[in-house]
Design a protein around this ligand. Structure first.
Ligand code: ATP
Ligand code: MG
Length: 558
C-alpha cells in the first residue's frame, strides 16, 4: 500500500480508494491503470468532471496511469470537433492522459475478431428478426424473453451472414449479431444482447471502412481489457451490465481482466447534467452555445471564469457514494468564492453608474491614489487609481429617502469613498420623474486615503471610479439556468430561468482594467468576482462576466 499521506485523509477514503488499496495489498494487481471513456457526442459537463477527477486522480495518487479513450461506436452522433473540445477540457482541469490518445475505433478490427470467435464457439448468432420483433421477444422484468427462430443457425451460416453484414449486403436493421446467452436470464442484459448492428454512416475516424459497428456493451469492457485497465470505474447505471461484461471477458481470449466498480452520478441543482439535454438547449437556441457561461459544461464554466482548481476541489469534496444525490450548487460556488477571495486582485467597477460631483475639488486636478491589489496578500502589489472632481458611484449606494438601516449616501450624509476621501451630500439633481441624475458633494481634504478621526462616525465605504478616466464595459450577471432545483422534464428549455442573464451595458471600470488579461479574474469590490468574456470581450468593448457574487444572496450567513 502507498504511504502517500493523502491516503490517510478520510475525505478520499471512499469505497473505491479502499478497494484499490485492498487490491494492491492482496497483490490482485501490482499497478493501477484507469481510463476516462467519453463519447464524443457533446461537451463535457460538471458530472464528467467528477469521473475525470476520479480516474485521473486515482492514477496520480497511486503512481499509475490513466488513459483517455473515446467511446466512438456511434457514427451518427459523434464528431472530431467534440473530441477536440473534450481533450481541451481535460487539460484545462489539469490532467494529462497516458499517450497515445485512444479510441474504441482503434480496436474495431480486434473486436470484429472477438465477435468471430464467439460465433465459432457457438456463443453468437446472426438474428434476422426485425427491430420490432427483437423488442417484442425480449420479455420484461417479470416475463422471460423468447428464443429467436435464428438462434440455432450453424456456425458456417453465421460466419457467412456476418461476413455479408460487414460487406454491406444488408440494410440497417435487417440483421444483427447477438451473443447467445440466455433468454430466460433474470438480468435483461443477458438476454442475447445485440453486439453488432448495421449502420451505413461514415465514421469520423474510420470513414466508410465499416458499416457494422459494435455496441457499447461489447466495446467498453473489451477495450478496457485490451488496454490492461485494472479498475474500470463507471456510473451506477452500468451495474446491471457487469454480468454481461464478465461473460464477454470469460469467453474471450483477452489479455487482461478489468474489474468494474460503480459510483453514483453527480447531479447539480438548478441544472441538468446530461449531454442529450444540454444539446437540446443548444439546438433550441435557449443558450448561445455549449460554452454559454450559464451552462454546466466545463467550457461554460471556464468562460464564466470558474477556476479549474475549484472544480477539482469540489469533485474531491462531494465524495463517492453508491446512492444518487443532487448536490447544492452553492457548494461549488462557495469553493470558487473561497479561492478567488484568496487569489483575485481587487478593482473598482460601477455596474449601474450615478454621477457624483465634488463641488469643492479643483476641476482640473487629478490625484493618483495608491491602493493595494489585495488586502491580505501584499505580494500582489499595488495599483494606482485616478481621482477627480467627477466620479461614478452605484445608483444603489444613494437613496433620496433612505430606509432605516441604509448605511450609504443620502442627502446630508457623509460616506467614505474607498481609498480616497470622505464626502458629504449637499444637493441632488433629479430628472423630470424625480430620479436622481447627479449627486453633489463636498469632500474633506484632510481625509486623504479615506482616513477619518475615530470620533467621526462614517457609515459606509463606497466604491467609485473617476468619470473622466473610467473605461466603459458591459457586465453580464448570471443566475441559475433553470427554475427548478430538481429539473425532471424532457425539455429543459421549458424550465429556463428568464432571469438567468442580466446585461448591464453602462458599467464604468477603473482604468487599469483596460489592460486586464483575458483570463485574469478580479474581485470588483462590493460587487463580486469577474473576468472578461473570452468570446465577446474586445479592447474597444470590454465585456465582463460575473463569476460569482461576493456572498450567497440566498443564504446571507455564508
Ligand atoms: P451523458 O448522459 O451526459 O451523455 P454519458 O454517461 O452518456 O453522459 P459519456 O461520454 O459516456 O457520457 O461519459 C463518460 C464517462 O463519464 C462515463 O464513465 C460516465 O460514467 C461518466 N459520467 C457521465 N456523466 C456523469 C455524471 N453526471 N457524474 C459522474 N460521472 C459521469
Ligand atoms: Mg455514455
Amino acid at each position: 500500500m502507498s504511504s502517500d499521506p493523502r491516503h490517510q485523509d478520510d475525505r478520499i477514503r471512499d469505497f473505491i480508494h479502499k478497494r484499490v488499496d485492498e487490491d494492491l495489498r492482496q497483490g490482485v494487481v501490482d499497478h493501477i491503470r484507469t481510463r476516462f471513456p467519453p463519447e464524443p457526442n457533446g461537451y463535457l459537463h460538471i458530472g464528467h468532471a467528477k469521473a475525470v477527477c476520479l480516474n485521473f486522480g486515482i492514477a496520480e495518487e497511486y503512481g499509475g496511469r490513466c488513459n483517455l479513450r473515446f467511446d466512438d461506436t456511434n457514427p451518427e452522433r459523434e464528431s472530431a470537433a467534440y473530441a477536440q473540445a473534450i481533450e481541451e477540457d481535460i487539460r484545462w482541469l489539469g490532467f494529462e492522459w497516458e499517450p497515445p490518445l485512444r479510441h474504441a475505433s482503434d480496436y474495431f478490427e480486434q473486436l470484429h475478431g472477438y465477435a468471430m470467435q464467439l460465433i465459432r464457439d457457438k456463443r453468437a448468432y446472426v438474428d434476422s428478426q426485425s427491430p420490432e420483433q427483437l423488442r417484442a421477444t425480449r420479455g420484461t422484468l417479470t416475463q422471460p424473453g423468447r428464443d429467436s427462430p435464428y438462434r440455432d443457425r450453424t456456425v458456417a451460416e453465421n460466419l457467412e451472414l456476418f461476413e455479408r453484414m460487414r460487406a454491406g449486403a444488408f440494410e440497417e436493421g435487417e440483421q444483427v449479431l447477438r451473443a447467445r446467452i440466455d433468454m430466460n436470464a433474470e438480468n435483461l442484459n443477458l438476454r442475447d444482447p445485440v453486439i453488432y448492428r448495421i449502420r451505413k454512416r461514415a465514421h469520423h475516424r474510420t470513414a466508410t471502412r465499416w458499416c457494422i459497428y459494435p455496441t457499447y456493451d461489447f466495446t467498453q469492457c473489451l477495450s478496457d481489457a485490451i488496454e490492461g485497465v485494472t479498475h474500470s470505474l463507471c456510473t451506477l447505471e452500468f451495474e446491471d451490465h457487469r454480468p454481461l461484461y464478465d461473460w464477454f471477458i470469460e469467453h474471450l481470449p483477452v489479455p487482461s481482466r478489468p474489474r468494474q466498480y460503480e459510483f453514483a452520478r453527480l447531479n447539480l441543482d438548478y441544472t441538468v447534467t446530461s449531454k442529450r439535454l444540454l444539446a437540446r438547449l443548444v439546438e433550441d437556441g435557449a443558450v448561445t452555445g455549449w460554452d454559454d457561461p450559464r451552462m454546466p459544461t466545463l467550457s461554460g464554466l471556464r468562460r464564466r471564469g470558474y477556476p479549474p482548481t475549484a472544480i477539482r476541489e469540489f469533485c474531491g469534496r462531494i465524495g463517492l457514494t453508491k446512492k444518487d444525490t443532487r448536490i447544492d450548487c452553492r457548494l461549488l460556488e462557495n469553493l470558487v468564492r473561497a479561492e478567488l477571495d484568496r487569489t483575485a486582485p481587487r478593482a473598482m467597477a460601477v455596474t449601474r453608474p450615478l454621477k457624483l460631483v465634488i463641488t469643492n475639488y479643483p476641476r482640473e486636478q487629478v490625484e493618483e491614489l495608491t491602493l493595494p491589489r489585495h488586502p491580505k496578500d501584499p505580494d500582489l502589489g499595488e495599483r494606482t487609481v485616478p481621482f477627480s472632481n467627477e466620479l461614478y458611484i452605484e445608483q444603489d449606494d444613494f437613496h433620496l429617502d433612505p430606509p432605516p438601516r441604509f448605511r450609504r449616501l443620502a442627502p446630508g450624509r457623509e460616506v467614505r469613498l474607498r481609498g480616497a476621501y470622505l464626502v458629504s451630500c449637499e444637493r441632488v439633481v433629479e430628472d423630470a420623474r424625480g430620479v436622481p441624475t447627479e449627486v453633489h458633494c463636498r469632500y474633506d481634504p484632510a481625509t486623504r486615503g479615506g482616513v477619518a478621526p475615530p470620533e467621526r462616525k462614517v457609515r459606509g465605504a463606497l466604491h467609485w471610479v473617476s468619470a473622466r478616466h473610467a473605461v466603459n464595459a458591459e457586465i453580464r450577471l448570471y443566475d441559475h439556468l433553470l427554475n427548478s432545483p430538481e429539473p425532471t422534464g424532457a425539455d429543459p428549455a421549458a424550465d429556463l430561468n428568464p432571469d438567468s442573464l442580466e446585461t448591464l451595458t453602462q458599467a464604468k471600470l477603473e482604468p487599469g482594467l483596460a489592460r486586464a488579461g483575458l483570463t485574469e479574474r478580479f474581485q470588483f469590490e462590493r460587487t463580486g468576482y469577474f473576468c472578461q468574456d473570452s468570446r465577446d470581450s474586445r479592447p474597444e468593448r470590454l465585456v465582463f462576466n460575473r463569476i460569482v457574487s461576493l456572498r450567497d444572496s440566498r443564504n446571507p450567513a455564508t
